[in-house]
Design a protein around this ligand. Structure first.
Ligand SMILES: [Zn+2]
Length: 321
C-alpha cells in the first residue's frame, strides 16, 4: 500500500542521500582498472549496471523500442536523470556539504577507501491500485505524496525497476522494525500489483522469487530481513494482505517461519508482547502489532489472542532470540 509521506526538511534530505553511490563513469574507476563505465564498484564486489529488471525478466534484453515501457515513460525517465544529476552534485561537494554548517569541511582530507552503502532489508507491499499502469503513472509523477518503489511487479510477472537499488525510495513512510526507524534508508521496496483483495498470481510470485534471490545474494540480506510493509508500519498499513504466502517464501529463504507447534509448551511467564517486540514489531499499539503478526504468520485479520496464537508467537520469537 502506498505510504503516506511527510516531507522531510531539505537538509535532512541532503544528508540522507549524501553517501549513496552513483555510477560516476571513469571517476569511479581505480587506476589501471579494466572495468568499463557500466560497472558499479563496491568494496569486494563488482556489479554490472545491468542489475535490474533485465535479470528478473531474464529472457530478453531491455526492450527500448516503440511501445516499450522505456519509450512510453520517456518523460519520467528524463526526470530520473535530472534527479540523479542533482544528487551527484551533492556528492561531489565533498565533506564541505556533509558537514552541514560545521567547520569540518575546511579540514577535509579525502580518502579513497570507500564503497556504496548497501540495502539490508526488503519490504514487500501490495499497491492497493487497480492496475500496474496506475501505479507506474503515480510513481513516475513528481509532487503529490512523492511515493515510489524500487520495483513494481505486475500480475503478468513483468518487473519494472524504477530506481537504482542503492538510492533511497519513498516506499515505507514512517516505519519501525526493531530499533530501525527509517526503513526507507536501509531497504529495497517491492510493490506487487494487487488491489488488496486478489490472490497474487503465479507469474508475479515467480518474478518476485527471482528478484529476491538476486537481492539476497548481491547485498547479503539476512533471511529474517524480508518483511512486509504492514510489519514495519502496523498502525498504518496492512500490506501485503493475508493472501500473501509468506510461508512459501520462507521455504525459499526469504523471511523466517516457525517450527511445528504441536507439542510446544509455552512458558507461563512468556510475555507475548515482548515476544513481538523482539521479533521486530513496534508494540506502541499492541492491537496493531498483534494484527500485523497474525496477518503475516497466520494469514488472519484479527486481534484475538489465545493459546494457539501465543504458541505461534513464541515459536517465531525463538527464531529471533
Ligand atoms: Zn505498502
Amino acid at each position: 500500500m502506498l505510504p503516506k509521506v511527510t516531507k522531510a526538511p531539505l537538509k535532512g534530505f541532503f544528508l540522507s542521500v549524501l553517501f549513496l553511490g552513483l555510477i560516476l563513469e571513469s571517476k569511479a574507476q581505480p587506476p589501471n582498472s579494466t572495468h568499463g563505465p557500466n560497472q558499479i564498484l563496491m568494496k569486494g564486489t563488482i556489479l554490472t549496471a545491468k542489475d535490474s529488471a533485465e535479470i528478473a525478466n531474464s529472457n530478453s534484453m531491455v526492450n527500448a523500442g516503440v511501445g516499450s515501457a522505456m519509450a512510453k515513460y520517456g518523460k519520467a525517465n528524463q526526470l530520473y536523470y535530472k534527479m540523479i544529476d542533482s544528487l551527484s552534485k551533492i556528492i561531489f561537494k565533498h565533506p564541505y556539504e556533509d558537514s552541514a554548517g560545521l567547520s569540518y569541511g575546511t579540514e577535509w582530507v579525502g580518502t579513497p577507501n570507500m564503497g556504496l552503502r548497501r540495502p539490508n532489508f526488503v519490504v514487500i507491499h501490495h499497491t492497493a491500485n487497480n492496475s500496474c499502469e496506475e501505479t507506474l503513472n503515480y510513481f513516475a509523477t513528481p509532487g503529490g505524496r512523492e511515493a515510489s518503489a524500487h520495483y513494481v511487479i505486475c500480475k503478468d510477472g513483468t518487473v519494472h525497476h524504477m530506481l537504482n537499488d542503492l538510492l533511497r525510495s519513498h516506499h515505507a513512510g514512517d516505519s519501525k522494525w526493531g530499533n530501525n526507524t527509517d526503513l526507507n534508508s536501509s531497504s529495497i521496496g517491492i510493490e506487487l500489483d494487487n488491489n488488496g483483495y486478489q490472490p497474487f498470481t503465479e507469474a508475479q510470485m515467480n518474478s518476485l522469487t527471482t528478484l529476491l534471490e538476486r537481492l539476497k545474494t548481491t547485498y547479503k540480506i539476512p533471511a529474517a530481513n524480508f518483511i512486509g510493509h504492514g510489519d514495519v508500519a502496523p498502525a498504518r498499513k496492512a500490506d501485503p494482505s493475508v493472501q500473501f504466502d509468506w510461508k512459501a517464501l520462507s521455504e525459499k529463504g526469504f523471511g523466517l517461519w516457525y517450527d511445528d507447534t504441536t507439542n510446544v509448551e509455552v512458558p507461563q511467564n512468556f510475555d507475548y508482547l515482548m515476544g513481538l517486540r523482539i521479533i521486530g514489531y513496534d508494540i506502541s499499539s499492541p492491537a496493531s502489532a498483534l494484527t500485523a503478526f497474525k496477518r503475516h504468520f497466520m494469514n488472519e485479520n484479527s486481534t484475538i489472542i489465545n493459546a494457539e496464537v501465543r504458541k505461534v508467537i513464541y515459536m517465531v520469537y525463538r527464531k529471533f532470540e
